[in-house]
Design a protein around this ligand. Structure first.
Ligand code: ZN
Length: 173
């Protein structure tokens, strides 16, 4: 496993549509492992392959319920209900903004063994899925966010409180 370099704003790969993975082989398995290690190291709750310079449809996530590795993810359900909440992105360090996202999503794809998997969840999980899948289509949150600003220490305290609340919920994925 290795920690990869995270691509930041200004790199055109962040605005490009990524290619599907044709086969989940050893190379993809080690990409998934390296992406997870990179995400935990950052630290973040989600990471998409273009963020480490690889234009493939691969994402990893961990919103506090354990690691999720998804190859060729496809969102198969989006709730009508939307929620506005704060978001940040490892490719736009130091910034945050508010984004409207669907409250609940279902996503399917393939795991590191090439088996079909699907997950469903709401709130932070749903937000993270939408954010990471956007990356695969070259969309970044700063383009759709309201009030993008520098993160302050007050924001960080708020985020920590938020996290504590979220971890009290039962996992739905
Ligand atoms: Zn991001």
């Amino acid at each position: 496993m290795a920690i990869l370099k995270i691509v930041t704003d200004g790199n055109p790969i962040l605005r490009r549509k990524c290619r599907p993975v044709s086969a989940v082989n050893k190379r993809i398995q080690s990409l998934l492992d390296d992406m997870l290690e990179t995400m935990y190291d950052a630290p973040g709750v989600g990471l998409a392959a273009p963020q480490v310079g690889i234009p493939l449809r691969v994402i990893v996530m961990d919103v506090g319920k354990g690691p999720i590795k998804l190859v060729n993810p496809k969102v198969t359900y989006l709730s009508d209900e939307e929620v506005l909440d704060t978001e940040g992105c490892l490719s736009f360090p130091g910034l945050i903004g508010e984004v409207w996202r669907c409250k609940r999503v279902r996503v399917s794809g393939f795991n590191e063994f090439g088996e079909k998997v699907s997950y469903e969840g709401d709130d932070l999980f749903a937000r993270c899925v939408q954010h990471e899948c956007d990356h695969l289509d070259g969309r970044v949150y700063v383009d759709i966010a309201e009030n993008v600003r520098e993160r302050t220490s007050e924001d960080e305290e708020e985020a920590e409180e938020q996290e504590e609340l979220e971890t009290q919920e039962e996992p739905e994925v």
